[in-house]
Design a protein. Structure first.
Length: 216
């Protein structure tokens, strides 16, 4: 695979365990760690513990890899924090950048017309800049109440891979030059990844279609 940075490779490997804790809740790994560290939540939101094990500290450190690369696929919208999570289907700008509106709206499900899975134009206009409201309105939502799904858009099937995560970390480090805007920085990171040919044209769209109503 040509890995040369051991620390990045190690983080990419550990992040695979984070991915398992997110998606494989029937495993012994999940049962052990969830019972001790996040009994009522997700590994992504689990707090640090002063007396936690070395293994758990390593997993928490690797969690940043998932946060940098994964994107939420909108289902019922109940798990996605509008302002904190990455959920726009755009490799360059997947996180909301509109200034947070003076509103109590927090979860994506609150942007729907009540009792439907249809975007409410009024709420979108209230919460987002015009161009971002349009981007949100174009997201296809499964109408049968399917849960939100965290996908890895750097692979064709939406599943996490160590190789793609490693290249993500390399590209991020190469783009650490000072910038007046984190948005510009994020754009540069994704542009570098794209040039690596890790992602072929249309892959993200294909992943979305595969995951959309997958268990319908």
């Amino acid at each position: 695979m040509g890995f040369w940075d051991l620390q990045k490779f190690n983080n990419a490997m550990l992040a695979k365990q984070v991915w398992r804790l997110i998606h494989q809740k029937e495993t012994l790994l999940f049962k052990v760690f969830s019972a001790k560290y996040f009994p009522n939540g997700s590994v992504l939101d689990a707090p640090t513990h002063p007396k936690c094990s070395y293994a758990w500290r390593s997993i928490l450190q690797a969690r940043d890899v998932i946060n940098k690369g994964a994107i939420w696929r909108v289902g019922n919208g109940e798990l996605i924090d509008i302002w904190r999570h990455r959920w726009l289907p755009d490799l360059h700008y997947s996180k909301i950048i509109s200034p947070r509106a003076n509103t109590s709206v927090i979860r994506v499900c609150e942007l729907f017309v009540p009792h439907t899975k249809i975007w409410d134009p009024g709420k979108l206009a209230l919460c987002f800049l015009p161009w971002e409201a349009k981007k949100v309105s174009q997201i296809q939502v499964c109408s049968d109440g399917e849960e939100d799904v965290l996908i890895w858009p750097l692979t064709a099937n939406g599943e996490y891979s160590v190789r793609s995560a490693y290249h993500l970390l390399v590209a991020a480090e190469e783009c650490l030059a000072p910038s007046s805007s984190s948005l510009v920085h994020n754009h540069t990171v994704w542009k570098q990844i794209w040039k690596m040919s890790l992602i072929k044209s249309g892959i993200l769209s294909g992943v979305q279609q595969k995951i959309l109503c997958l268990r319908r």
